[in-house]
Design a protein around this ligand. Sequence first.
Ligand SMILES: [Zn+2]
Length: 246
Amino acid sequence: MESEVVQEVEALLGREAVAELDFEALEMALRHGTLRLAARAMEQRLNADTSNEVASQVPCRCGGKAHFAGRRSKQFQSVLGPLRLERAYYHCSSCGDGCFPRDKHLGIENTSLSPALTRMTGTVGAMVSFQEGSELLQELAGIDVATKQVERTAEAILALLTARIRPLFWLFLAAFNPVGIVDLILDYYHAIKVGLPALAGQLGATYAIPILYVPLLMITHVVAFYLLLRPQPKAVRALAAAAAAS
Ligand SMILES: [Zn+2]
């Protein structure tokens, strides 16, 4: 790969004298080029390894057995750029579900971001808005991660942390439910005090906020309280314990 990188540099530099170089354009082009070379080398290495096909069957989540059913490819984003991975697929005829043991092993199960890119995305998602996070990843790392994806990744990381760290769970619970419901009740109080019901006709498009959105929020809070306070079925308790332990 080293010689390929040298060739790439030579091709970009051409015969131009150093004094005529656009250094910024050159360094950006070289970073992009070398990352693509590395991505291709990694793709070849991972796809050539077929050790995940050795087993003719693997255990399925349902307790049954999933049988080897060929290879499938998956495209995902990484810090090296897009990667296409081919891996063994196992299908379970009892539940109809399928699984990719290699995805689990590499940490790319049910996601289109590599582990390193997931970490980067989580970091920007926690520091700036999701839109700015997406722009920063493009600007600084040259990687396309859609705004929606930054949002989903940041939320998934937060949910995982919340499930694993008990005090964080209670903090978010308190922030969402008791604080949220008290805030809503105060909003109702203020709205009535300033005579909002009489002025409702003048609200225009914002009419939907007090008439639809706020009642829906209130219903969500009440449902959340109900779900939290009702006795939990055994299966839910077992799942929660497993999530905390993993
Ligand atoms: Zn199954």
